[in-house]
Design a protein around this ligand. Sequence first.
Ligand code: NAP
Length: 351
Amino acid sequence: MAEFRVGVLGATGAVGQKFIHLLRNHPWFKVTALGASERSAGKTYREAANWVESTEMPDDIAELIVSTCEPDQMDVDFVFSGLDSGVATDIERSFAESGVPVISNARNYRQHETVPLMVAEVNPDHTELIKTQNFDPNGRGFIVTNPNCVCIPLVMALKPMYDAFGVEEVMLTSMQAISGAGYPGVPSLDILGNILPYISGEEDKIGIEPLKLMGKLENGKINFAEFPVQATAVRVPVIDGHLLSVAVRLTNNPGDIEEVKEVVRNWKNPLAEFDLPSAPATPVRLYDDFRYPQPRHHSLAENGMQVGMGRLRASNVLDIAFTALGHNTIRGAAGCSILNAELLHAKGFIK
Ligand code: NAP
């Protein structure tokens, strides 16, 4: 397979480091350029980054000189973005306009009419939206985003039942790991032995992003799904892995929880036809043992790319209830972007 020269925007941050960690042995994508702020530019990556990954910083990356995030400073085939949302709008646009595809984690373009908001297994057909973008008159540069780290396990767990039965309403509480707040994140005196009952900005994203993800692409536009999502986002003293407790009212409740379980277990993975290096063999694993999944033990299943689902049961308030677990910085951030990029290559958008 072709090897692509890849840049990481926001390379020194928590998500940027996860990209570097996940791409260190990637068969198609080689990190050759690193972008960050003026504070970091001109330094080696070893000097600029406060490395928080548990594996060693790769030697070849450590000696790269960090540049500012400008297209003429980074000679690459495409970029991943883990940029701070305060600066992502202009920087990501400048790369797309210069003919460089941008695969982004930042929220800035998630609701842009022509920008796919993608989880590769959930809405792979939304890549077609790229053809309606006009950032780059030559059609090479474009932007693709991935959703918030709670929305990813949520939509992956919901997708099989959404397709089979329809979804009328969703209520959830997301118990979110501290790594989701970046580094240094939440002060230890706030989070140790405690739960923070509110995460600013999170619930709005959880309310809207699933509707675009579950939307139908018709005549070059996404017709959003229509169901209310009420979320309570709380921060818990867990390092990695967001655990969601979800209740759903179905449009056509089969009335038999075993039938719902069968639908989840027999869901046909739309990526099965592609041979993508980061794709989990089983994207959603339904655990029968009601003690599972747990963040510490199951977040890293299938290299952190599998969503664990458990406690699937009938609800006496809505129709069904379940838990879902996703590794927030892998499946919920950098890993989701990398899988999106692999699919974009397989479909000929990155070439
Ligand atoms: P972070 O640790 O604060 O990193 C931010 C990065 O942006 C750093 O590399 C920083 O470079 C760079 N940056 C800041 N100002 C800049 C500027 N003016 N020009 C160029 N680069 C600049 O943040 P993070 O936690 O990695 O999050 C990054 C993005 O991913 C955010 O948009 C966030 O919402 C999203 N996200 C995060 C998670 C998560 O689990 N943490 C999950 C999903 C999505 P310097 O080091 O040089 O300042």
